[in-house]
Design a protein around this ligand. Structure first.
Ligand SMILES: [Zn+2]
Length: 493
């Protein structure tokens, strides 16, 4: 095993060793479903999707759990905005159902694999109550009215995950909230209900669980303890993950997660993107301008722990390398089809130099920028071989390696329909009269093909006026015209 990962708890790269040979159990904190996903959410879930895909590629049997937070102050506030007489609990359900659906649609567009389990907090209240009871029994939690708090002073390891010293944390804590707690750093395990808010029965009175608790209860329910990898965005390291670790280990007496992985922020003008700063981009809006796969490609251009700057210009630039891969694949597929060549089985090239190279990059804490550079080396080699049309074996090997790497990175290229024309064998040119007529009418795709083909001939005759009119007509019809060595080619805009 040569995979090295950066463990946030140890603050260094370590060799990955699964708890059970050949198996990996991974838990990632999911979304709170009350709004649209922004570009930062996309980065987190693409990051862990990439890891899951790579671990599977290495042959591990992966169990991936990603939760849905469906009870929270922000959800309740959103629900209060809904007019009508429905009870607040029904309104919160409306909010969470709507945004869970939107979350799934958005993640599907980014090409994410579905997690094996996607537990919702409100379906696991019993497990959470059980964990609180255990914490009280173990003397690390206390009740105050209908609230239950985790007792930081009874858990000496607090701060070990994020590397924060307890004394420093205490100095920075807000004093005014200390009244209900023994220590201002104590965090809520159970919150007594406020009038009219959704609540559940518990030994301490009606209320709802603190946010941190759900991840402990649900991860251990589906993965046991310890499990291999706990992941999430950098912003969750403290306090969320610190609290998860403390309450899980204090409750069960077992280690919670063996490795902790965190992805970096997406920044806008060097500032962390967040809703509260009002500087965030919603993925739904970004997808109106850009192919979601270009967005996925964008995430992979940086190492997952590096903060990455987002702006529209960056995405515009990234369309070009993405298109290069797309062009290479479609022109090569066409050649393979025309020559009647047989594509290689990916399994047959797993020991090839390119795949070994790919593994060496990804084994180094998932170095996707290097993997993308390798993809472009392959694209260059394939384009060269295709034009020479000599080295078929090498061409087929490189194509198989390229396709395998793209699939491990979850980059798909079959969404945009590519139409290829002008194979040289059956060139058909339209008369000038017919060209003029088609330019004035609504053209079918076939007619656009004929126009594009004729344009090449018109250019040879230096009839640039007509050639340009054809290009404009094609653009108006929603296609981009590209001249390639294989002939004119139409691509959907
Ligand atoms: Zn969590």
């Amino acid at each position: 095993m040569s995979l090295k990962i950066y463990d946030s708890a140890l603050r260094k790269k370590v060799a990955f060793q699964p708890l059970i040979p050949n198996q990996v159990k991974i838990y990632v904190c999911g979304v709170t479903v009350y709004d649209h996903c922004h570009i930062g959410h996309g980065r987190a879930y693409v990051t862990f999707d990439l890891m899951v895909r790579y671990l599977k590629f290495l042959g591990f049997e992966v169990t991936y759990v990603r939760n849905i937070t469906d009870i929270d102050d922000k959800i309740i506030n959103k629900a209060k905005e809904i007019s009508g007489d429905l009870p607040l609990l029904e309104k919160t359900k409306k909010v969470t159902e709507e945004f869970t659906g939107i979350f799934h649609e958005t993640m599907d567009k980014l090409g994410l694999l579905k997690p094996d389990q996607e537990p919702r907090a409100t379906d696991h209240i019993a497990e959470m109550i059980q964990l609180i009871e255990q914490l009280i029994k173990n003397g690390v939690a206390y009740q105050n009215g209908s609230d239950v708090w985790f007792d930081i002073d009874q858990w000496k390891e607090y701060g070990s995950l994020s590397g924060k010293a307890l004394e420093d944390l205490k100095a920075g804590a807000r004093v005014e909230v200390a009244a209900q707690k023994k220590n201002p750093l104590d965090f809520a395990l159970w919150k007594g209900s406020k009038e009219g808010e959704p609540s559940w029965d518990a030994p301490w009175g009606e209320g709802r669980p603190g946010w941190h608790l759900e991840c402990s209860a649900m991860s251990m329910k589906y993965l046991g303890a310890p499990f291999d990898i706990h992941g999430g965005g950098q912003d969750l390291l403290f306090p969320h993950h610190e609290n998860e670790k403390a309450q899980s280990e204090a409750g069960t007496g077992k280690e919670f997660a063996k490795y902790w992985l965190h992805n970096g922020f997406v920044t806008i003008n060097q500032e962390k993107m967040s809703k509260s700063l009002g500087n965030f981009f919603i993925l739904k809006d970004v997808f109106e301008r850009f192919n979601p796969m270009v967005v996925r490609y964008y995430y992979l251009t940086q190492h997952y722990r590096t903060p990455m700057e987002f702006n529209v210009e960056v995405l515009e630039e990234i369309q070009e390398p993405y298109r290069k891969i797309q062009n290479c694949l479609s022109l090569t597929d066409l050649l393979i089809q025309k020559q009647g060549l047989k594509e290689l089985d990916p399994a047959s090239i797993s020991d090839s130099k390119s795949i070994q190279q790919f593994k060496s990059y990804m084994d180094d804490d998932f170095n996707t920028p290097k993997a993308l550079a390798l993809i472009h080396e392959l694209v260059g080699a394939i384009n060269g071989e295709r034009e020479k049309r000599k080295e078929e074996t090498l061409l087929l090997e490189n194509v198989a390696a390229l396709k395998l790497i793209l699939s491990v990175l979850g980059l798909q290229f079959n969404e945009e329909k590519v139409e290829l024309i002008g194979d040289g064998a059956q060139e058909k040119y339209l008369t000038e009269e017919k060209v003029q007529e088609l330019l004035q009418s609504d053209c079918s795709l076939e007619q656009l093909h004929l126009l594009a083909q004729s344009r090449q001939d018109l250019r040879k005759q230096k009839r640039f006026d007509l050639a340009d009119a054809i290009r404009d007509k094609i653009a108006e019809s929603g296609y981009v015209l590209e001249d390639t060595p294989e002939g004119a080619r139409l691509r959907k805009q």
